[in-house]
Design a binder for this molecule. Structure first.
Ligand code: HEC
Ligand code: HEC
Length: 287
């Protein structure tokens, strides 16, 4: 039933004949190896964590892209997402606000952020809440620099999250799902499997049950977030995790949640945990 709704969605969306079947599944994801700049070796396929039921292997979105798109992520000179990283490096070093502090004033070189992306989102004891990388960045802006927060999905925020992700490139994603994070994880899992919208599709309908199938001119991936932020050829900019979630929910013709809101926080933890073991790739390149 869920699959027939997916087929309906595909039929609605298709502009030409859309091929289904084993042939398309077999060619959708490949075994290409991702090595960035000839030196950073990425794990893009590995065994699924034991707490994930529906899949045996987790696969980065990179493996579902065409050779041309894949190539754009293999060299930083070809990766347009690196322009955002450069912009954020400038912001990192810029002294501002009444305190006349930059990020560097307190954190030193941005390489001090190594590993930070691998554990995001994580439970913040003081706030007694689940915090994303964006939350940590904005907290430092408002509480430590005394400047205005960045919009959750704004350019400067997404650029900064790319700069911080770069410090962990090649390291395995490793978010915690136990202890105080557990209730958030449960809520995220619930959202992942809940069918919504006119088309009654869940994240799992597309990214678990149908990964590898063709949808419009695209191949459905597992919807992993180890590559975020992603530079999308479609909108020619870096895109954050919640912005992507929002687009996917909207595609099912459902009311979407607010980027930065509690639902997407929980969903981010759950989706991140489905990718535990895959390398941090951000900023990646996708179509
Ligand atoms: C006045 C000092 C100060 C300034 C300025 C500052 N931070 Fe922080 N930041 C801290 C402290 C203290 C912590 C919490 C302790 C820690 O984890 O290092 C922190 C934590 C963080 C974390 C979470 C790290 C982790 O391991 O969980 C991130 C990310 C971060 N800051 C980014 C930034 C960015 C980006 C800027 C500039 C926009 C900035 N900070 C500006 C002091 C500062
Ligand atoms: C109707 C099918 C459909 C549904 C339902 C759907 N998505 Fe997607 N999603 C896509 C397509 C198509 C793409 C682009 C191709 C790809 O990477 O899979 C995509 C891409 C993504 C990506 C980017 C992956 C990458 O490597 O950059 C993420 C993350 C994602 N989806 C998460 C979700 C989440 C979370 C949900 C549930 C809230 C969801 N999607 C629901 C169709 C769907």
């Amino acid at each position: 039933m869920k699959i027939s709704n997916l087929h309906r969605f595909v039929q609605i969306a298709a502009t030409a004949t859309v091929a289904f079947g084993l042939a398309s599944i077999a060619t959708a994801q490949d075994n290409d190896k991702l090595v960035v700049n000839g030196e950073i070796e990425m794990v893009t396929r590995t065994a699924a964590p034991s707490y994930i039921d529906g899949i045996d292997e987790i696969i980065s979105g990179w493996n579902f892209r065409t050779d041309e798109t894949q190539a754009l992520q293999m060299d930083d000179f070809d990766n347009s997402g690196m322009l955002g990283v450069d912009a954020a490096q400038e912001a990192w070093d810029t002294v501002q606000g009444p305190e006349q502090k930059s990020c560097a004033t307190c954190h030193g070189n941005v390489s001090s952020m190594v590993g930070v992306r691998t554990v995001m989102p994580k439970y913040n004891e003081e706030a007694a809440d689940l915090w994303t990388l964006e939350d940590y960045i904005n907290n430092c802006r408002t509480e430590r620099q005394n400047v205005e927060p960045w919009g959750y999905t704004s350019g400067p925020m997404t650029n900064m999250s790319a700069l911080i992700s770069v410090q962990s490139r090649g390291m395995p994603m490793n978010v915690a799902i136990d202890g105080p994070a557990a209730p958030f994880w449960e809520a995220g899992k619930e959202l992942y499997y809940t069918r919504t919208g006119v088309l009654e599709l869940s994240c799992a309908s597309c990214h678990e049950q149908s990964a590898g199938l063709r949808i419009r001119a695209d191949h459905l991936s597992q919807g992993q977030i180890n590559g975020f932020p992603t530079y999308r050829l479609k909108n020619a900019k870096l895109n954050g995790i919640h912005a992507r979630f929002k687009g996917c929910v909207r595609d099912t013709k459902a009311e979407t949640y607010k980027p930065g809101g509690p639902e997407f926080h929980a969903l981010e933890l759950y989706v991140a945990s489905r990718g535990n073991g895959l390398s941090v790739e951000g900023p990646s390149v996708r179509n």
